[in-house]
Design a protein around this ligand. Structure first.
Ligand SMILES: Nc1ncnc2c1ncn2[C@@H]1O[C@H](COP(=O)(O)OP(=O)(O)OP(=O)(O)O)[C@@H](O)[C@H]1O
Length: 352
């Protein structure tokens, strides 16, 4: 697992930070950024850049690729976390990082606080945590991209989540308020309640069922489908009000597989209520909903405000690859790969 390493965060000098930023900038078109290029971008005097590279390497914010034919570095996930958190703290969205409360398949979730002590959620997207090696041959959609794929995909997922959350929140959907976003990180309101999955009894299953189905229908009437609407992504307040989370899989109702996604979301709720609360309620029909007059075209709106079709396609291809690899039982952990790399780097380091 990639842990959030905040220990080194406060101790970097301005030069170190400048050098780290230079590595990130160079990563846009180099998988491993040549040291000469880092020097050029950072524009530091004398031997400062070499000194900073050594500090960043020791604190594992950058890494060397073993067996590379030229001298260079890549940004590690800790380095990417650092840059995102630094940006969020500069904008006063985060002051301190508290406990990790969730490890999703594709994210780490922490409670964080602002300067006044108000708590928020920090969701760090970590796509590519599994499956990278197994699917990489098929990833032609990333082939022209020199920058590290996991960074790019994680940033894409966070950008998508934040863009959708902004629009949904503005249109009154019951979701956490989105606060800020940088790179692969999203800050949002902390919902201090339990996910449906861990609630044994609900006061009024019929009422909760109706509220959830109404949300699905209203989303569709606004041109959207959640795509992962299940008991883990529904948080329920004590008074029975649901709040929906987790948006990187949203699709438009004009997607060719929209009906499939809508019915899959619907079926999750229908099955869960039947099994856990022995409740069966009315089931809406997708074709009827899309033939109704639309409330809004939020799918189109999203495209115009920060998440375009090309990005949506790249993320979708990745998800399809994941599903296929999973079905073939081919998944392996990217974190394992990173650990392997780091330990072989350490060996190299020891030899030097
Ligand atoms: N805004 C929030 N307020 C409170 N808890 C939250 C919030 N966002 C996420 N969580 C907690 O973190 C967990 C993981 O979050 P989320 O579902 O967004 O991540 P994920 O990587 O998509 O997880 P998975 O792949 O398992 O669905 C949630 O189940 C929930 O318990």
């Amino acid at each position: 697992m990639v842990n959030l390493n905040i220990k080194s965060m406060r101790y970097l000098s301005a030069e170190d930070f400048r050098t780290l930023t230079a590595v990130e900038m160079g990563s846009r078109n180099h998988e491993v950024v040549p040291t000469s290029m880092i020097n050029q971008i950072a524009k530091l005097r004398g031997g400062s850049c070499a000194k900073s590279l050594s500090v960043l390497y020791m604190t594992k914010l950058i890494a060397k690729m073993p067996h590379m034919s030229y001298d260079g570095y890549r940004l590690t996930s800790a380095g990417y976390d650092y840059l995102a958190l630094k940006a969020l703290s500069k904008r006063a969205s985060v002051y301190s990082v508290g406990n990790q409360i969730g490890v999703g398949k594709e994210s780490d979730v922490y409670v964080v606080s602002d300067q006044k002590g108000k708590q928020y959620i920090l969701k760090i997207h970590r796509l590519g945590r599994t499956s990278f090696r197994s699917v990489k041959n098929n990833r032609d959609y990333l082939r022209n991209r020199k920058t590290s794929s996991w960074q790019y995909l994680s940033r894409l997922a966070a950008t998508k989540e934040y863009t959708f959350m902004k629009i949904l929140y503005e249109h009154g959907f019951p979701i956490p308020e989105p606060i800020d976003h940088s790179r692969h990180c999203v800050i949002m309101e902390f919902i201090d309640a339990f996910p449906l999955r861990s609630i044994e009894e609900v006061r009024d299953p019929a009422d909760l069922y109706k509220r959830l189905i109404d949300i699905l229908v209203r989303l569709a009437r606004n041109g959207l489908i959640h795509g992962d609407f299940n008991e883990f992504n529904i948080i329920v307040h004590e008074d029975g009000t649901p709040v929906i989370i987790d948006f990187p899989q949203m699709v438009s109702t004009s997607h060719p597989d929209a009906k499939f996604y809508f019915e899959r979301d619907l079926q999750c709720i229908v099955d869960y209520f039947q099994k856990h609360f022995l409740y069966e309620g009315p089931v809406p029909d997708f074709d009827e909903i899309v033939n109704m007059e639309k409330e809004n075209s939020l799918d189109v709106h999203v495209e115009a405000t920060g998440f375009n079709k090309k990005q949506a396609k790249e993320l979708e291809r990745y998800r399809k690859d994941m599903e296929e690899s999973k079905n073939r039982g081919e998944l392996e952990s990217e974190d394992d790969k990173e650990q392997e790399e780091e330990s072989s780097e350490e060996e190299e380091h020891d030899e030097e």
